[in-house]
Ligand binder design. Structure first.
Ligand SMILES: Cc1cc2nc3c(=O)[nH]c(=O)nc-3n(C[C@H](O)[C@H](O)[C@H](O)COP(=O)(O)OP(=O)(O)OC[C@H]3O[C@@H](n4cnc5c(N)ncnc54)[C@H](O)[C@@H]3O)c2cc1C
Ligand SMILES: *[C@@H]1O[C@H](CO)[C@@H](O)[C@H](O)[C@H]1NC(C)=O
Ligand SMILES: *[C@@H]1O[C@H](CO)[C@@H](O)[C@H](O)[C@H]1NC(C)=O
Ligand SMILES: *[C@@H]1O[C@H](CO)[C@@H](O)[C@H](O)[C@H]1NC(C)=O
Ligand SMILES: *[C@@H]1O[C@H](CO)[C@@H](O)[C@H](O)[C@H]1NC(C)=O
Ligand SMILES: *[C@@H]1O[C@H](CO)[C@@H](O)[C@H](O)[C@H]1NC(C)=O
Ligand SMILES: CC(=O)N[C@H]1CO[C@H](CO)[C@@H](O)[C@@H]1O
Length: 522
């Protein structure tokens, strides 16, 4: 029997078949004409524009993607109003040009401004100018444009109240847009969880160019954009954030414990206490580099409380009164951004200009402590030519109290996040192979000790070694679900399928696409 419903389903199937089998062929001229017609002058940069190179590069953070061979965008649109984002998406959909949003340009694989091969043609909608920050002290909320940096956000909050803060990442130049899209964590994660946990509303331009707030996009899409990774669901132009209270005085310390002063013992003990025994008001992270473990801490209270806590949980570390530095929360933000103490807060507003280094990173989630003998043998890695560093960010506290399905970020129960990071300044291929080889080699060696089935990774530390779809060209069919499970389940575990379902609802034609984006569930 032919019901109205089956007719609708049949039509839907035909529509889906058309939209996937016959994508709009790329017409660059048509696209540019469309932009020129719908946008004000002065915000469209084509490859022929004299300022195209500087507009492209000013928010690139990784020199690996500034080579002559890197495929670059056909056009860059520097949006200064949400309506420009809408027009760009609509012109792109009409003329077969995909649009990649760029907020702060910190993507580890550069996917906001480059594609892997020249067949994947695209345009950038750059959101850096959409960076207004409005803090409402009474409701303890902030409205922030995606183009703002974390430094601008922290500064904007502190400018209105010394008792409010926000639990996002450490790097002050990181863009709010990409960061919240992938979860985002920093030094208040044990007290307050992920940055994305504090998003209460958002405004997104979808694949049809519509402006949707939380109510209009629905709870599934709102779930997906808070951690499902940028560049898959739409262009989020602004976020409403619930701020958190911070004490008037916080305490920080940094102590170095070299290999020959029992660093292996301390790392082993650290794995036992950093996650569970320490109070939520305290984070103790470690950076391992050379023959040294650097223990850094933020405590949301005064030195006295910190010392009492350390005496109880980790006396072996030997932290003393002299190690403590008391300061305001916003000063601690500066401190951990490597500017030291006594610097002007305005440094947080510096967005940087040109990329100054090459870098590569990988990540793991640890659910069991690494045995002491493994730490001992790992020191040899740090003597190798091309050695990088390890960053150990402990979880626990609020992080572990949130259900792994509450947001797309599934790694809530980990003991800690392990980041392998290397940066270098030498532009030769030999140097880059040496540094990348070190990171990949240590990552391989750690395999027996890290999360498995699947081996986890953090989407904000994007890593194309996990796999990419090979036929993502603008006329190709897009990423297959099966292939995408490879990296998708590393980043999102059992949340990957729901992300692909949401993708099928909000962007069935896979307009927002990059080499590791979420494909629509078939
Ligand atoms: C120096 C440095 C320090 C870092 N520190 C931390 C840290 O402490 N904690 C942490 O969790 N992470 C950290 N990161 C990782 C960082 O959170 C991610 O790289 C993040 O995705 C960067 O956001 P962005 O806007 O700067 O990047 P972009 O390169 O602009 O974007 C990243 C991805 O999101 C997409 N995207 C960008 N804007 C939007 C938008 N408005 N709507 C939808 N999609 C969008 C892009 O297309 C791209 O796929 C750091 C990175 C660097 C380079
Ligand atoms: C591309 O678009 C332009 C302007 O809309 C149009 O004149 C031209 O015919 C199009 N080219 C193709 C190949 O469709
Ligand atoms: C965008 O433009 C509209 C209408 O011109 C205006 O009302 C709105 O405030 C602008 N928004 C931003 C973020 O500039
Ligand atoms: C807030 O910012 C304004 C403008 O930059 C500045 O003049 C003022 O001193 C700041 N106030 C505080 C409390 O930081
Ligand atoms: C530890 O090693 C460094 C050199 O790496 C050396 O200068 C220092 O004296 C050693 N300390 C101890 C206690 O052995
Ligand atoms: C590396 O940089 C040097 C100095 O800037 C330059 O002369 C050289 O051509 C560069 N080499 C490569 C491979 O880019
Ligand atoms: C290598 C690979 O799996 N490529 C896939 C990318 O996506 C297209 C479309 O779904 C598939 O046909 C390819 O097999």
């Amino acid at each position: 029997m032919v019901t109205a419903q089956s007719v609708v389903l049949a039509l839907l199937a035909v529509f889906l078949a058309i939209s996937t089998v016959a994508p709009t062929p790329t017409n660059t001229t048509g696209f540019v004409n469309c932009l020129v017609f719908h946008l004000p002058p002065g915000i469209i940069y084509t490859q022929g524009s004299s300022s195209y190179p500087s507009v492209l590069e000013y928010s690139i953070k990784n020199l690996r993607f500034v080579t002559p061979g890197t495929p670059t965008p056909l056009v860059i649109i520097k949006a200064t109003n949400t309506s420009h984002v809408q027009a760009s998406v609509r012109c792109g959909a009409r003329h077969g040009v995909r649009v990649r949003p760029r907020s702060g340009g910190h993507d580890y694989e550069g996917l906001s401004y480059r594609s892997l091969d020249a067949a994947r043609r695209f345009a950038i909608v750059d959101l850096a100018a959409l960076r207004a920050i409005r803090v409402d002290v009474r409701s303890e909320t902030a409205l922030v444009g995606s183009g703002a940096t974390l430094g601008e956000l922290y500064y904007g909050i502190a400018n209105k109240s010394a008792r409010l803060g926000f639990p996002a990442g450490i790097g002050p130049t990181v863009g709010v847009g990409g960061h919240l899209s992938g979860g985002g964590f920093g030094l208040m994660l044990r007290k307050h969880g992920l940055a994305a946990d504090h998003v209460v509303d958002a405004v997104m331009v979808d694949a049809e160019g519509r402006i949707l707030d939380r109510a209009a996009m629905g709870e599934d899409a709102f779930w997906a954009i808070r951690g499902g990774g940028g560049g898959s669901f739409g262009v989020v132009v602004s976020w409403k954030l619930q701020l958190v209270r911070v004490p008037a005085t916080v305490t920080v310390f940094t102590v170095h414990r070299p290999r020959n002063r029992s660093a292996s013992d301390l790392l082993t003990k650290w794995q036992q206490i950093a996650h569970g025994a320490l109070p939520r008001d305290m984070i103790l992270r470690v950076v391992v580099q050379n023959q040294d473990a650097q223990f850094e801490s933020l405590y949301l209270g005064r030195c006295r409380g910190l010392l009492a806590t350390m005496a109880k949980t980790f006396p072996e570390l030997g932290v003393t009164r002299q190690d403590c530095i008391e300061m305001s929360w916003i000063e601690s933000v500066l401190y951990f951004a490597f500017y030291g103490t006594g610097k002007p807060l305005e440094l947080l507003l510096d967005r940087g200009s040109k990329p100054d280094r090459y870098f590569k990173a990988k990540s793991d989630f640890m659910h069991d402590p690494i045995p002491k003998n493994v730490w001992e043998s790992t020191w040899e890695w740090f003597l190798k030519d091309g050695a990088g560093l390890l960053i150990l960010d402990p979880y626990g506290g609020r992080m572990g109290a949130v259900a792994p399905s509450a947001t797309p970020f599934p790694h809530r129960r980990a003991l800690y996040n392990l980041q392998y990071y290397g940066s270098w300044f030498d532009n030769g291929t030999e140097a880059s192979e040496k540094h990348m080889g070190w990171i990949r080699g240590l990552h391989r060696e750690m395999e027996p000790y890290v999360s498995r089935n699947p081996r986890g990774a953090y989407v904000n530390y994007k890593d194309l070694d996990l796999g990419v779809n090979d036929s993502g060209g603008d006329s190709g069919g897009g990423t297959s679900y099966e292939k995408a499970r490879g990296w998708g389940e590393s980043y999102f575990k059992e949340n990957f399928e729901r992300l692909a379902m949401v993708k099928a609802m909000v962007d069935p034609s896979d307009f927002f696409r990059n080499e590791q984006s979420i494909p629509p569930l078939p």
